[in-house]
Write a protein that binds this ligand. Sequence first.
Ligand code: NAP
Length: 313
Amino acid sequence: MKIIVFISELESDIQQQWLALIKQQLINETILLPHQISDTQAKSIDIAIVANPNPNDLARYTDLIWIQSLWAGVEKLTSGILNKSVKLVRLIDPQLAQTMAESVLAWTLYLQRNMAEYAQQQASKRWNQLPCISSNELRVSVLGAGTLGSAALNALNKLEYQLSCWSRTPKQYHDIKSYSDFNGLKIMLGKTDILINLLPLTQQTHHLLDKELLSELPKGSKLINFSRGAVIDTHALLELLEIGHLSHAVLDVFEQEPLASSDPVWSNPKITVLPHISAPTNMHTASEVVGNNIKMYRENNVIPKSVDIKQGY
Ligand code: NAP
């Protein structure tokens, strides 16, 4: 009987919940934690299930064939996988995409209907009606049109926003403008009222949204970052909010998490801070996805679509 190793830096009770749910899906498998596995056993393990581990903790498993991540974002592993022949499979869960689409819709409406400003007005008992722009007049652009980006675009489309997206390879949508390459990005940004970032963090996207690119957005435009903090140069963002070029940002992700209590971002009235909660993994549906992936591999020797390590996603 083959062993599957479960590697994470999760708190022990959360780790136990994951293990229990995954074991329910894989009743014929032996799933163990690293300390339960001898060095000899480690050498024969072909599958690791991981939740954002330290990549060095994988080094002992020299015969690994593939790694199933419980997270959708895998930037920590793409830079650290030791054995380049090992396949890395991210979590692709329709429930996660649905949750992200709901968040994108909720926070786009929050910005569209000036909710942050009204909360501030209420705090100072100010009665002031701000312009009410309908969704079909608002230009909303999504960076990334993958699993989460395309679910977000579908949800936004139902409210008839003027939609655009940007991705590495161009997309064919009936009623959404698709842009690719750097020039396409600049053009799209110039026609955007609300920008939503759903790009993975890679070498190419690290600090992609710097001062130059953020300045391409029209004056008064707004930003939502739901993928990774480091895709945006925070100093540039703060500067553009300060001078009023951008009017508000909703940030769910940060270069340092949790955000330090001393971080000025907390008290910036033009920033809404969320604690990395736009699309939390649903343990039940994710365990089912992982279970099915592993069963398919055991039965047919098919490894699910894996990350392109060179591209970083
Ligand atoms: P995905 O399916 O891999 O999609 C990535 C998209 O980004 C694709 O459209 C891809 O283009 C595009 N892209 C990648 N690199 C690019 C580049 N250099 N230039 C232009 N476009 C580029 O990923 P996903 O499942 O949608 O997830 C996106 C990210 O969301 C994850 O990496 C993770 O960081 C984040 N996330 C956040 C939360 C949260 O709670 N905040 C939860 C889950 C995930 P192509 O279509 O051409 O390949």
